[in-house]
Design a protein. Structure first.
Lengths: 242, 290
């Protein structure tokens, strides 16, 4: 097994500055291949994202923050087959929609790639500090994804920083989304990934926002694929097992 | 035995008995508590000099207990300032929590704890707990009546998704005989405006951004004075009117929220409507759903 790897992020899409229900079409990441897992994140003003054919909710699908500047973070996944096109993301009667897709490689190739139960929290605090709840992986070689959204009405790609945890991640926590926009009432999301070779609990993932507001947060783990039969495994520098 | 207005050191049988010094002390405290401390002191504080108790003018740091409505405050506290202020009472509210998306608004369309409307014009709909006034050149609104109040506070959230084609009313307040007390409108630049009985604009606020939600706090602060404050969702003042004098001074009876005339705009989104009996800001809805 091996920890999944980040491939690329696609282009961000959002409704016009006037807001609206969409649909918006976030771009597919470049360089994706069959069996890559695509993760779609959507920020909206506490309004449910309509179903998208082929895409499955991560956990319950959304974290709702109805206090303060309302926001919700919707996360869905799709196993790319090589034929899918960029999805149309819409919300009936929405104030705004902000969406983006990232691709990860090396996840399990059958069944859900989501290991364990996603951890979620609607944080009513308005501080600039954020804390995405930790969780537990039940398999070795998982890539943990931590994400949060706020309803901050600002255009920014540098809202979140300082991703950290008392748990050691290898590869280290690395941000791959940071997208806020003034469409409608405004909002956005940020996300980072980090590797966990051993299964078990991982602690909260923290950081700082440039503008504090109430937050919707989620962490989940992508499970690495078992190495295919016939693939060489380097056991020692002097021995290969076939 | 000690008690109010009794001689000192009286035994149960009515005779003086032993331990006079101690029982006299107890009697003194109880007597003072009953006859002095619990007697209204009219703004005085109970003081002691080691021998006797007496009401005295309060000084800095003293705690005063007064009845609501008592405006006489000896001892330097500003006259006319009540120690306790009356809390606003919510007269009507509509949050629409639990109302299904797409529902047509009628006088009985309410969420948990909401007040039914007294009238609805041209069937607005509900989406995400917002009352949606379609973009059309005809009146479409909800109303409450029967208030009969000189002063009040009103909060509503408002979002306009497209500029109006003229001066479009989003709020109208009338008296018992349907005389307009004042209106709030938006112009073709999405500026909020306050209008008097003659529909003359007496205040033009800063233009609002299309597609963004604002919190309106409207207060009728006197017989003929009105203030309008427009807040961003982040809670900062976007624009405010200050105190404006309207033409008519009769009591408010009816509030109409939505498109009150036939000038198209929007769709317009109205949510978290609340009317209180005091001319104060109602404040941000604690768990708004937009």
């Amino acid at each position: 097994m091996a920890i999944p790897t980040f491939v690329a992020a696609g282009t961000q899409a959002q409704t016009s500055n006037v807001g609206g229900a969409g649909p918006v079409t976030p771009g597919l990441p470049a360089g994706i291949a069959a069996d890559d897992i695509l993760i779609l994140m959507v920020e909206a003003a506490n309004e449910p994202v309509n179903a998208i054919s082929g895409w499955t909710a991560v956990g319950s699908g959304a974290v709702v923050q109805a206090t303060g500047l309302v926001t919700d973070l919707t996360v869905r996944w799709l196993r790319y087959t090589g034929s899918e096109s960029a999805p149309a993301v819409s919300i009936t009667g929405a104030n705004h929609v902000i969406a983006r897709i990232a691709a990860f490689r090396g996840c399990v190739t059958t069944g859900s790639p989501i290991n364990g139960t996603p951890a979620v929290n609607a944080d009513n605090g308005t501080t600039t500090a954020f804390s995405v709840p930790g969780g537990t992986t039940t398999a070795a070689d998982c890539l943990v994804v931590a994400a949060l959204s706020t309803g901050t009405d600002i255009t920014s790609t540098t809202m979140a920083s300082g991703w950290a945890s008392t748990t050691t991640f290898s590869p280290a926590l690395t941000e791959f989304f940071d997208n806020w926009h003034v469409t409608g009432n405004g909002g956005g999301f940020a996300a980072a990934y980090g590797g966990r070779a051993a299964s078990g609990a991982y602690n909260a993932i923290t950081g700082t926002l440039t503008t504090g507001n109430t937050k919707a947060t989620m962490s989940f783990a992508l499970q690495g694929a078992t190495v295919a039969e016939g693939t060489p495994i380097l056991a020692t520098p002097a021995m290969r097992i076939w | 035995m000690a008690g109010p207005n009794l001689p000192t050191n009286i035994a149960a049988g009515g005779t003086t008995t032993g331990h006079k010094a101690h029982t006299d002390t107890v009697h003194t405290y109880v007597d003072k508590l009953d006859t002095t401390f619990l007697t209204p002191t009219l703004g005085k504080v109970l003081t002691a000099n080691g021998t006797t108790w007496a009401p005295a003018d309060p000084t800095s740091g003293d705690i005063i207990i007064r009845e609501i409505g008592d405006t006489s405050i000896p001892g330097g506290t500003p006259a006319g300032t009540l120690l306790f202020t009356k809390l606003p009472i919510t007269l009507k509210k509509w949050d629409g929590v639990g109302v299904e998306d797409g529902a047509t608004v009628t006088t009985s369309t309410v969420g948990s704890g909401d007040s039914i409307f007294s009238a609805v014009a041209s069937t607005p709909t509900v989406t995400a707990s917002e009352i949606v006034i379609a973009n059309a050149a005809s009146a479409s609104n909800v109303a409450w009546d029967g208030f009969n109040r000189s002063q009040f506070g009103l909060r509503f959230y408002f979002r306009n998704d497209a500029l109006s084609s003229g001066n479009a009313n989003i709020l109208a307040v009338t008296d018992l005989t349907a005389v307009v007390l004042f209106k709030i409108s938006i112009n073709t630049s999405n500026q909020p405006q306050l209008r008097n009985t003659a529909s003359t604009s007496i205040w033009n606020g800063t233009a609002m951004t299309i597609g963004k939600t604002y919190r309106f706090e409207v207060a009728k602060t006197g017989a003929s004075t009105v203030t309008v404050k427009v807040y961003t969702l982040a809670g900062t003042i976007h624009t405010q009117s200050g105190s404006q004098t309207i033409t008519t001074s009769s009591d408010m009876d009816k509030i109409v929220i939505g498109r009150e005339n036939s000038v198209a705009y929007g769709p317009g989104h109205f949510s978290h409507l609340a009317v209180v009996d005091t001319a104060v800001d109602v404040g941000a809805y604690p768990s708004a759903i937009f």
